[in-house]
Unconditional design. Structure first.
Length: 191
């Protein structure tokens, strides 16, 4: 039933876009006040508001990444048998050195990484001793966001290069009794 819900409402791409936006902005809104404080010496209400925003974004993003992982796992299970071997290689570990960069494996690692980063961000908020680790948090967070963006690239590769989860327009046209359009005429204006 859950897999059907994920499939019917295309929840994995929906949740993923929120995840990427929330976590990227969460780290970015932490960088700005830290740079202002460390290099410019500015301590203002704006710095505190940006830090509060970062905290909320990181917590929401960590929640979203769990949903991304769960919906992605459901989609992968549902679509595995329809994928080409090349798409399966992009999605899942295959026993090679690039296993850590496979879309599903990276999603698993990133889920835990961002849960740890969100917890670390909460700790930064409530512990004066943890404040000394803010720059380390930003470095790790920036690297994690880079990995998250790379994972988004592999997800796009699965969809746009391998057609995973995408019904072909020609298949749909045949189902409704229309001949498939030539690529050169698709989208052209006929008036």
């Amino acid at each position: 039933m859950f897999a059907q819900l994920v499939s019917s409402f295309h929840l994995h791409p929906v949740v993923d876009h929120f995840t990427i936006a929330l976590l990227t902005l969460g780290v970015a809104t932490e960088i700005l006040p830290t740079v202002a404080t460390l290099f410019i010496g500015v301590q203002s209400i704006l710095v505190q508001k940006l830090r509060n925003t970062s905290l909320v974004l990181m917590i929401c993003g960590a929640s979203a990444i769990v949903l991304s992982y769960i919906t992605g796992d459901a989609d992968a299970d549902r679509l595995w048998d329809t994928m080409t071997p090349a798409a399966q290689k992009v999605l899942s570990p295959s026993g090679s050195a690039s296993d850590y960069l496979a879309h599903a494996a990276l999603g698993h690692y990133l889920m835990y990484a961002f849960l740890i980063l969100a917890s670390w961000r909460v700790l930064l908020e409530f512990s004066k001793r943890a404040e000394r680790t803010r720059v380390a948090f930003l470095i790790v967070g920036t690297l994690a966001v880079g990995a998250l963006l790379y994972q988004g690239k592999t997800g796009g590769e699965l969809v746009y290069e391998h057609g995973v989860g995408v019904e072909r327009a020609t298949t749909k046209a045949r189902e409704i009794g229309q001949p498939p359009q030539d690529q050169h005429t698709m989208g052209s204006f006929k008036g």
